[in-house]
Each structure stands twice: as C-alpha cells, then as structure tokens.
Design a protein around this ligand. Structure first.
Ligand SMILES: Cc1cc2nc3c(=O)[nH]c(=O)nc-3n(C[C@H](O)[C@H](O)[C@H](O)COP(=O)(O)O)c2cc1C
Length: 301
C-alpha cells in the first residue's frame, strides 16, 4: 500500500503527506507547484511572481490543466499589489491554501472562507501570531531562523512549541526542514506540517538558473548570511553571490537577479533531483525515522 502520513494538515486539504512546497519569489512557478502537488504534497507559488493579472490567469490555467490536486499561493496584502484581482482569480481556480504576508489577513479571510479556502499567515513572532489568530485565520506558518527568504530569528525547536502552546491554532513549520528526520522533529514539536523551500531550489522544476541551483548545492550552512542590506528587509542570502555581485559593478541594475536567497538547509541539498522525488523520499524517510523512535526504549518507574 502506498505510504500516507496523516495530520491535521493532510485532513484539511486531502494530502498524502504534510509537506508544502514553499512559495518562493522568482523560484516557484507552475512546474514546481504541479510537481509537489502531484507527488502528494501541496505545491505553492507567490503571486508577485506574475506581474500582470493575465500572466497569473495563464499560470493558474496551466496548473489546472496539469493537476486537480490542491494548490496554494502566497498573497502579499500590500498596496503595491493588485491583490483583490489576484485573489478573485485564485478563488476561481479553486486555490485552497493562502499564505498571507505584508498585511492584515482580515482583508481576505472572509472571502477565502466563503470559498472553502484556508488562511495561514507567515509569522516570526508571538505578537503577530496572536493578532492573526484574533483576525480569524485558520493556522500559522511559523518561519524560523535560518529559513530561506525572510527568515525569522527564533529557531524552529523554540518557535513552534511556543506558538502551539500560546496561540492554540494549527502551526506549520518553515525553515531548515528538508529531510524525514527534520520533518519528524517538527511534527514532534507540535507542527501539523512543514514547508520546504531551499531544498526545492535544487530541482529541475525550479525556475532559476543552473548557477543558482549549483550555488545551493555547493553552499554549506555557514555560507548563509542574514542581512537587511540587500532589500531593506531581513532575509537569508548566499554569501558568495553577494560577494561576486559586489565585485562586479558592471552588472548595474540587473545585479539583483544574481544575489540569491537560500536558507541554512543548503546543508541537506546535495544534488539536483526532481521535486516529486524529494517529497516522496522525505515521506519514506519520515516513516523510517518515526519507526526507529518508536523502538527507542523508554524506561518508566
Ligand atoms: C528564494 C526564496 C524566495 C522566497 N520567497 C518567498 C515568498 O515570496 N513568499 C513567502 O511567503 N515565502 C518566501 N520564501 C520563504 C519560503 O516560502 C519558506 O518559508 C522557506 O523557504 C522555508 O525555509 P527553508 O528555505 O529553510 O526550507 C522564500 C524562500 C526562498 C528560499
């Protein structure tokens, strides 16, 4: 019988595994989203990857032609984005999972709930988590220290149980998770699922250059720097990409494309491998790890 891992998250969306393919700016587009969802996880992409609403419409159509499985998006709720139009298109296409960022999730929760979807804001602190809960969200994405993109400062083993305990709504762990053992640890901390970002950059389906994928494979966790110098917001970057760009002034305004974000889980990225294989291997290794844990001898009395 094929393997299934059941949690609150898999029940919520009808998934085989509690594994979400991270929405990643300029990295996750249709192909990666489809691959993760078809493998039994939940594929997601960030709406700002499509500048024009027509491009988003086409992307959603492409995904829907390839898979009927649930998918998710990251919606940026700031005045800079046409999020109302984007939301309407996503709801039309049956998107069920919305990670909100950069704004008050209350702007969208009613519409999303009316269409059967769920709202999980990205949070890095208890303050944001409590505010979001009081605004009626369905759960939280706890973004820990060392995560790719705008990682937080609190490590997952502290942040997840803290939020689970104090906020009392479902929590998904994001940051430094790309193996079965790391997923088992996150679920043991009380998370109902995990988000995998950095590891999925080194896949044929990621929409980035070979050089970026190679940098993810070649880097170790000590090569990741947390800086607010690149965009003004704190985020994790591959140090070598910053150094190379700084040493090449002739890149001019295109230099931003050559500064690459990734998290400390570059530690576990050793090769370019199909996203579906990564998802299935994580699930299989989770099964082994949890079996081993069950065999741990617990002495009572
Ligand atoms: C290159 C890159 C771009 C990202 N862009 C976004 C984004 O646009 N929206 C978002 O919600 N999260 C974004 N993230 C964060 C991921 O969704 C996810 O939370 C994170 O990658 C998980 O940690 P990991 O990289 O250690 O697996 C990004 C991450 C990376 C690596």
């Amino acid at each position: 019988m094929p393997l299934r891992i059941k949690t609150l998250l898999t029940d919520m969306f009808g998934l085989e595994y509690p594994i979400i393919g991270a929405p990643m700016f300029l990295v996750s587009y249709e192909t990666l989203t489809i691959a993760v969802s078809e493998a039994g996880g939940l594929g997601a992409f960030p709406l700002p990857n499509y500048r024009e609403t027509d491009d988003l419409k086409k992307a959603l159509k492409n995904i829907r032609q390839a898979t009927e499985k649930p998918i998710g998006v990251n919606i940026h709720l700031s005045g800079r984005f046409e999020w109302k139009k984007q939301l309407a298109l996503c709801l039309d296409a049956g998107v069920q999972f919305f990670i909100t960022s950069l704004g008050d999730p209350r702007l969208v929760t009613d519409d999303i709930h009316a269409n059967g979807g769920k709202v999980f804001p990205d949070v890095v602190s208890l303050k944001h988590a409590l505010k979001a809960r009081d605004g009626g969200v369905d759960g939280l994405v706890a973004v820990g220290a060392g995560a790719g993109g705008h990682g937080g400062t609190i490590p997952i083993p502290v942040l997840v149980p803290y939020l689970v305990d104090k906020v009392q709504i479902p929590v998904i762990a994001a940051g430094g998770i790309s193996s079965g053992g790391q997923m088992a640890a996150a679920l043991a901390l009380g998370a109902c699922g995990v988000i995998v970002g950095t590891r999925l950059i080194a896949t044929p389906e990621a929409g980035v250059t070979k050089a970026y994928k190679k940098a993810v494979i070649d880097s170790g966790p000590a090569d990741i720097v947390y800086s607010n110098r690149i965009t003004g917001n704190w985020a994790n970057w591959i140090k070598q990409s910053i150094e190379r760009v700084e040493a090449t002034p002739e890149l001019g305004s295109k230099k931003w494309l050559d500064i690459w974000s990734a998290g400390q889980s570059v530690a576990q990225a050793e090769d370019i491998r199909p996203a579906g294989d990564i998802v299935r291997e994580m699930a299989a290794s989770y099964a082994k790890v949890s079996k081993n844990l069950q065999n741990t001898i617990v002495l009572e009395g």
